[in-house]
Design a protein around this ligand. Structure first.
Ligand code: HEM
Length: 538
């Protein structure tokens, strides 16, 4: 039946239907009274002071005074687009998620972003890029909140405020540091060596994408899928751009930051308006759900690790086409609110400690950023599934809830609606066994390997990519004032690869240290290279 709890249309509440916020041929006040003049304030005579009674002046200025909301604490600068996701049906065996059944089409909204810059910062800085997708599925919204790099700096969300403090502008000078956070950034990543893998991705060409349209996307964490039979697999999500993966050169990126700081945002908008709709394939690496939660000795709960594609193929499960630009940047791109807990039946989380903290952080920050608990009623955030929840009241409540009281079951209100019980469309918390172990503030020992995959990445690069990485480290470390920090970072580079370390050390005019741990014996993964294929060994 029709849901009883929902956001009513304007007609039902008697208010104007504000799909586009404007109605009628005449300018009015916010209360709908027609205005004669909006260009002059009401004065005591043509040369007189402005009258306090000028309610139109006060309404206009007061509203303007409150037009801004806080920018996101991270990923403040972004650009968004609407599109459609079409499922191939190839994931049907591993997940019950209805939107992944063959041929299903689901509306999506994607927001791409930089991480560290403020809302007005340049697009082409060296940084990680956000790649957040909202799938408005008919079984509830699914948010895949990923990045253009498959790993993260830290292994535990409790360190997130620390890495961001190290990378955002100085507290005294407020000098934006972008990726080149220099002393504090390099201090952090050389002291927290689990960050070395993500850092080498940032120093590679992946840190300066050519276009949002030419970026891969990654869910980063391992997720758990559950099928109709209750069987589970572990997966990693990948977005593959139809146009291939392409980057700028450092010189192009720097020039564009000055000449066209809106380069990526403009490119996305212009491409869609021109009908050159950007496309990605969504793929999954399917990994067995074993009690150890490892694959090929890789700990799947460690967000600083990838599973090389040569070991587990990325299987395409659907196609994304972005085909519509936002009508209003604020209403859509600025107010969109993603959350890893937005999961439809068939997709569940794992115990990755970074993921677990993210499950708390997004809603928490949005309570402030979007002004209270009802931001899921903002048009861009409204699910396309019927909503029938027990949440009531609060700032900016749009719904006019009927019924006796939101408790279930009750005997006064017919007891409806009921929870969905065994319904195949109901969300299932996969009953994973939790270890019988003492509480600890610690990570598993398998999280202690900080260098082998940074080395894997380095060894997988083509010569020109290696050259770019060397130059990026040399440039960014060259901005540090503290020699001890440069030396400590060189030590990490020595543990990744002596050639890389020696080249950067030469560029910095410092001696190259010896590795402090044995170099990992790894097999290069050609899929990591943007050039790909075969290249002469050096
Ligand atoms: C925002 C990705 C880790 C807290 C974002 C956005 C993306 C993203 C793409 C922008 C969303 C948008 O466009 O609106 C990631 C990835 C992570 C990660 C891939 C690691 C795998 C974390 C962690 C925390 C965190 C560990 C905190 C514990 C936030 C917050 C925002 C944000 C507070 C702002 C959200 C808002 O204002 O709506 N993240 N993030 N992130 N992230 Fe993360």
């Amino acid at each position: 039946g029709a849901p009883r709890t929902r956001t009513p249309t304007g007609a039902e509440t008697g208010a104007p239907a504000t799909a586009n916020g404007q109605q009628g041929a005449y300018l009015t006040t916010a209360q709908g009274a027609r205005l004669r003049d909006t260009d002059h304030s009401l004065k005591a005579g043509p040369r007189g002071p402005v009258l306090l009674q000028d309610h139109h002046l006060r309404e206009k200025i007061t509203h303007f005074d409150h037009e801004r909301i806080p920018e996101r604490v991270v990923h403040a600068r972004g650009a968004g687009a609407h599109g459609v996701f079409t499922a191939y049906g190839t994931a049907e065996a591993v997940t019950r998620a209805g939107f992944l059944k063959k041929g299903r089409e689901t509306d999506v909204f994607v927001r791409f972003s930089t991480v560290l810059g403020s809302r007005g910062s340049a697009d082409t800085v060296r940084d990680t890029r956000g790649f957040a997708t909202k799938f408005y599925t008919d079984e509830g919204t699914f948010d895949l909140v990923g990045n253009n790099m498959p790993v993260f700096f830290i292994q535990d969300a409790i360190k997130f405020p620390d890495i961001i403090h190290a990378a955002k502008p100085h507290p005294d000078r407020e000098i934006p540091q972008a990726q080149s956070a220099h002393d504090t950034f390099w201090d952090f990543v050389s002291l927290h060596t689990e960050a070395q893998h993500h850092t080498i991705w940032n120093m590679s060409d992946r840190g300066i994408p050519r276009s949002y349209r030419t970026m891969e996307g990654f869910g980063v964490h391992t997720f758990r899928l559950v099928n109709e039979a209750g069987e589970t697999v572990l997966v990693k999500f990948h977005w593959k751009p139809k146009l291939g993966v392409h980057s700028l050169t450092w010189e192009e990126a720097q020039m564009l930051s000055g000449m066209d700081p809106d380069f990526h945002r403009r490119d996305l908008y212009d491409a869609i308006e021109a009908g050159a709709y950007p496309e990605w394939e969504l793929g999954i690496q399917v990994l067995p759900d074993t009690p150890e939660e490892t694959f090929a000795d890789i700990d799947l709960l460690d967000p600083t690790k990838i599973v090389p594609e040569e070991l587990a193929e990325v299987q395409p499960i659907g196609k994304l086409v972005l085909n519509r630009t936002p009508t209003n940047f604020f209403a859509e791109t600025e107010q969109v609110a993603f959350h890893l807990g937005h999961l439809p039946p068939g997709i569940d989380v794992t115990n990755d400690p970074l993921l677990q903290g993210r499950l708390f952080s997004y809603v928490d920050t949005q309570l402030t950023r979007l002004g209270g608990p009802n931001f899921s009623q903002i048009p861009i955030n409204r699910p396309h599934a019927a909503v029938n929840d027990m949440l009531r009241d609060g700032f900016h409540q749009q719904a006019v809830h009927a019924g006796v009281a939101p408790y279930r079951p009750n005997s006064l209100d017919g007891g409806n609606p009921f929870p969905a019980g065994d319904d195949e469309h109901a969300f299932l918390d996969v009953p994973v066994t939790v270890a019988q172990a003492p509480k600890v503030r610690a990570n598993p020992a398998s999280f202690d390997d900080h260098y082998s995959q940074a080395r894997l990445f380095w060894l997988s690069m083509s010569p020109v990519e290696k050259e770019h990485i060397i130059r990026a480290y040399t440039f960014e470390l060259g901005k540090c004032y503290h020699q001890a920090i440069k030396e400590r970072q060189l030590q990490s580079l020595a543990n990744i690869d002596p050639v890389l370390c020696a080249e950067v050390a030469t560029g910095l005019g410092l001696p190259a240290p010896q590795p402090t741990e044995p170099l990992a014996d790894v097999t290069p993964s050609p899929a990591l290279s943007q050039v790909g294929g075969e290249w002469p060994s050096d």
